[in-house]
Design a protein around this ligand. Structure first.
Ligand code: SF4
Length: 256
């Protein structure tokens, strides 16, 4: 773990367990402060402007925690997401850095499989996520000591059991999920209490919002992420940002 710079005598290998045990019960803003004190290198938060990410943006900005906020602009986001991006910058008086796909790779991908080629097969969908999300994420996290995400444990079966902080061996850094034990209702209540700007698509049946062609509204009672890559099997619904090569989420103690 050469990139992780801890601010104490903790080793990068023992830090996740200590943070989980000592600080797991704190509210998200304090969890972020604890993480900031424990890590001396850069901390990067990747937002896709969904409910959880907006709540975390509020926590970071309101508490003044030194965390860089970035987004991965795939080029296929909903117009509402771009509007919310601008609204969020205005509300919190800070710019959110965007990472884009490499234009040569994107050109090759679209030429090879077509502009909507992600519908062709599981492989073509993963190839698109790879060029538009996974590679830009690698650049966004390059050199960082910790990565903050808006993941919640009850979002899907393969996110259950996650903790506050884990070692992400794919990107060689700490991965922190300050909302790991929060329910969707609790995050929504927090957002409403704090007048956090939200994507209007949430109120139109989109609990989880990604790229426009790959996201649909869900019916009442459907799982939260049922609208993401709805044509694929439930167990395979990850874009590659949060999954190790063997298909499991990267967690402390898990071999990535
Ligand atoms: Fe491509 Fe769809 Fe993945 Fe977005 S979600 S990167 S459009 S396959």
């Amino acid at each position: 773990m050469p990139l992780i710079k801890t601010a104490s005598t903790d080793s990068p290998a023992t830090l996740p367990d200590r943070l989980d045990a000592a600080f797991g019960d704190l509210p998200p803003a304090l969890r972020l402060r604890v993480l900031r004190r424990a890590v001396s290198g850069a901390i990067v938060f990747t937002t896709s402007f969904g409910l959880e990410d907006q709540a975390l943006t509020h926590c970071i900005c309101d508490a003044g925690v030194d965390v860089e906020i970035v987004t991965l602009d795939t080029g296929r986001l909903f117009p509402e997401t771009y509007t919310l991006w601008a609204e969020t910058e205005q509300r919190y008086k800070r710019r959110i850095r965007a990472y884009y796909p490499r234009h040569e790779d994107l050109g090759d991908l679209v030429f090879r499989q077509g502009v909507n080629g992600f519908f062709n097969s599981a492989e073509s969908r993963k190839a698109c996520c790879g060029v538009r999300k996974v590679e830009p994420l690698r650049r966004a996290l390059d050199g960082a000591s910790a990565w903050v995400t808006g993941l919640r444990g009850d979002q899907s079966a393969n996110r259950q059991g996650m903790g506050f902080v884990s070692l992400d061996q794919t990107h060689e850094l700490l991965k922190a999920n300050p909302l790991f034990d929060w329910s969707r209702d609790a995050v929504l209540a927090f957002a409403e209490q704090n007048d956090v700007p939200l994507n209007p698509l949430h109120a139109k049946g989109f609990p989880s919002i990604g790229c426009a062609p790959c996201t649909r509204a869900v019916a009442p009672g459907e799982p939260e992420r049922a609208g993401r890559w709805w044509w694929e099997e439930e167990a395979k619904k990850e874009c590659g940002l949060h999954v190790a090569e063997d298909g499991r989420l990267v967690r402390a103690g898990a071999s990535a």
